[in-house]
Design a protein around this ligand. Sequence first.
Ligand SMILES: [Mg+2]
Length: 245
Amino acid sequence: MRAVNEVAASESMVYSTGFTPRPGTITMKHYDLICFDVDGTLVEHPRNKVIWEVLNIKILGDDGINKARYKMYCDGAITYDEWVRLDVQGWLDRGATRDQILEAVGEFNLIDGAMETVHELKRRGYRLAIISGTLNVVIDALFPDHPFEEVFSNKIFFDERGRLASWKATPFDLHGKPVALKALAHEFGTTLERSAFVGDGDNDVPLLGVAGYFVAFNPRSNELEKGSDVVVRGRNLKKLLEIFE
Ligand SMILES: [Mg+2]
């Protein structure tokens, strides 16, 4: 694991092959697919919260249930689906509306350089996808013209009056993330070795040793930081363009 500034400062970049190709020589990329987490990786909140926490505070007026339910999930007292249901049903029971939820989404920003970076990676020929535990409304609102070919996230839906009506929990958060990465690698005709992941949190840890290359972006998890291939620190995602040439 190396910090990206170390890598950039060294004579040989991460993927140096030890020789300089002749002009016109076709060099092969080391990765075909790059998958991204969302919260903390593509979007940020001024107090480092995720959308679930913000909505529970905003609609239910309770920050305590976030930690309590995460602990229940970790202890095996509830499944991931039940955790999603507890939160979303709570909002639904309070008559949550699209406007109210979009107001909460408005507390989030794209990480600096996120838009330019993912479009440039696409231009360089990488296949891009999202594997996240966030809500679809966050991606739709902040990244309307995104270049991701697949987006796996939790989803909420509204009725014709703009009231929260239903939801669908993703099977691809936490231990589902490697399952999604395998499926995407297969779908795009590549391998896990040629698939990279960019993430920041504990829910990305199950991808360590599964993704062919793991970039920890401002990691919030010690385990992730230790197990990743490279750590990128700083407020701008453009540093990825030094890694994925
Ligand atoms: Mg995250």
